[in-house]
Each structure stands twice: as C-alpha cells, then as structure tokens.
Design a protein around this ligand. Structure first.
Ligand code: FAD
Ligand code: FES
Length: 295
C-alpha cells in the first residue's frame, strides 16, 4: 500500500499528490514514469514522476482529470492509500548520461504544454542541480491553468510563459513564442525538449525541423502493462516499431510518426478501433493488451 502524504489542487481539474514510495524515489531519474493502481480492480494509470525526494522516500505526481480513472483518483485525500504504485518505468532523459561539461555548452530550451509542465520540472531541476542552465516555455490556455510557476522559475535559466487567451505572458501558442525567440530575439538553441499534448509536440517538431534544431519529445500513448509486453504503446520512430514504455518515452521528435500515434490514440477508444489495429499491426501489436480486439 502506498500512502498519499499530500494533495493539492494546482488548477481547475489538475491535482498534485505526494506518495510514499521509497524504492521508486531511490532510483527515479528525470524522464521516467510510474503506474498507479488505486485498488485491486482499478485501471493502471501511467503518470510521469514529477519530483522525487530520495531522503523522504516520496514521489510527486501531477495529473489532470480526463476520464473515469483520473476522476476517481482525484477523490483520494492525503492519508489514504493506493493499492499499487509501480516504477520507475521507461528510460531516463538522454541527457542524464551525457558528459556534464559538454552539456554545459548546449543551449537548451524546454517547451511544455498544459500538464506537460509537470514532467518538464524534474528535468530542469536535474540540469540546474548539475550546474546547467536551460530555458523553458510553458504554455497553457489561460492564466489559471499555469502550473508550478515559482518552482520552475527557481530552476530555469529564463522562464517564458504563453497563454492562448493572453491573460498572462505572451499571447499565443508555444510554437509562436519559440519562433519569436529565434527570429526576433535571435536566441540560438541547439536542443529543444518538448512535452505536452501530442498535437503540440508534432507542431514543435515541425517548426524545429525547419530550423535544424535537434528535438526530443516525450510520448504518452495508451499504456497498459508498462513493461513492453502488451503492445499498447506501439509507436513508429524513424520507420521502426518502438514501444514507448521500454524504448522511450522520449524519442527524436523529427523521426516520430505523429499521424499514426494520434490515430492509434483515437482508435484505442473503441472495441472496433482496437480490432482494426490488431488486424493492421499483426505480430507487432502483441495482442495481449487486455483492451479487447485480441481474439
Ligand atoms: C508515459 C506517460 C506519462 C503520462 N504522464 C501524465 C502526467 O504526468 N499527468 C497526466 O495528467 N497525465 C499523464 N499521462 C496520461 C494519463 O495516463 C491519462 O490521462 C490517464 O490514463 C487517463 O485515464 P482515465 O481513465 O481518466 O481516462 P480515459 O477516459 O480512460 O481516457 C481519456 C484519455 O486519456 C488517455 N489515456 C487513457 N488511458 C490511458 C493509458 N492507459 N495510458 C495512456 N493514456 C491513456 C487517452 O488519450 C484517452 O483518450 C501520461 C501517460 C503516459 C503514457
Ligand atoms: S505499455 Fe508498452 S508494451 Fe504495454
């Protein structure tokens, strides 16, 4: 059992929870995720590890209520328990293995959209703790949806904020702001790390490809087991089949087939769609995802 030690409402329908999970906290690195199961019958919910405290033995998650399971999860309070929390899963961000001195020479900017600000935070924090300064753009629809502003400011080189409705910071999409920084403010970046809705990562990657800037995205396809067995998280990267839970979740944004990834997310919602994917993907679908369409 995993105790929730803190719960906070960060924005409308967006919650932060701190969970006691000593083993996960001990080995977690930026870029990794965990899977929460509320009780025996509960769905498995993949969520990025947004922070970890090795001394306290806790991990932090930030989630948005989008459907049945996340709405149920939002009803849990501090002092209550989740039946299972599995992790850390996935590969850590590529830069944790890079030479620190080489990393210091890079000009990095993160681009976060919506709840994507949560996964960006541990990455910025890790870089900051290793003496590397990286900028960040955080975009959201309106000022009241902005997450973790003060925490991000404390670890980012420069924090840029964009709101769709102009209620705070730059008025427009994160892609418009990134383009302005490069074209008008003559900022020179050689690594962009984009985390947010699939459509946002697609357009950030399209833009940076025009400028020839290496871009990493963190994919969040449907995941079930999180261990490479079910095939739920199948994506195509550079023409090769990959499974985001074990090969990612981070990939080269210029190589990801976003059209296919977005179509899969839509098709997975219906039994009919899952049957179609099974037929199209054959052996590489794996088929035992427990989501139907597997006979
Ligand atoms: C590696 C990874 C990291 C993630 N990190 C975060 C995070 O930090 N914060 C956050 O708010 N959300 C995150 N998500 C998305 C989160 O897992 C889904 O929002 C959640 O599972 C939705 O469940 P639901 O039953 O409430 O919604 P449902 O009604 O079941 O589905 C609503 C939508 O959520 C997505 N979804 C549903 N089930 C899954 C699943 N098993 N795996 C992935 N996506 C699913 C689909 O796009 C679906 O259309 C992450 C997903 C992945 C794969
Ligand atoms: S979630 Fe990746 S293969 Fe099952």
């Amino acid at each position: 059992m995993y105790k929730i030690t803190k719960k906070e409402v960060l924005a409308p329908n967006i919650y932060l929870m701190v969970i006691e999970a000593r083993r996960i906290a001990k080995s977690a690195l930026p870029g990794q995720f965990l899977i929460v199961k509320m009780d025996e019958k509960g769905e498995r919910i993949p969520l990025t590890i947004c922070d970890y405290d090795k001394k306290e033995g806790t991990v932090t998650i930030v989630f948005q209520t989008v459907g049945y399971s996340t709405q149920r999860m939002a009803k849990y309070e501090a002092g209550e328990y989740f039946s299972d929390v599995v992790g850390p899963l996935g590969k850590p961000s590529g830069f944790v293995n890079d030479d620190i001195e080489e990393l210091k020479k890079k000009k990095i900017i993160f681009v976060a959209g919506g709840v994507g600000a949560a996964p960006v935070y541990p990455q910025l924090k890790w870089l900051h703790e290793h003496g590397i300064s990286a900028d960040a753009i955080v975009g959201c629809k309106s000022k009241n949806y902005l997450l973790l502003e003060e925490k991000m400011k404390a670890v980012a080189g420069k924090l840029y904020i964009a709101t769709d409705d102009g209620t705070y910071g730059y008025k427009g999409f994160v892609t418009d702001l990134l383009k302005d920084l490069i074209d008008k403010e003559k900022k020179e970046y050689n690594l962009v790390i984009a985390i947010g809705p699939m459509i946002m990562m697609k357009f950030v990657s399209k833009l940076t490809k025009e400028y020839g800037i290496k871009t990493i995205v963190s994919l969040n396809p449907i995941m079930v087991d999180g261990t490479g067995m079910c095939g739920g998280c199948r994506v195509t990267v550079g023409g090769e089949v990959k499974f985001a839970c074990v090969d990612g979740p981070e990939f080269d944004g210029h190589l990801v087939n976003f059209e296919e990834a977005m179509r899969r997310q839509t098709l997975y919602k219906t039994e009919e769609g899952r049957k179609l994917l099974r037929a199209e993907e054959g052996d590489t679908h794996h088929g035992k995802c427990g989501l139907g369409g597997d006979e």
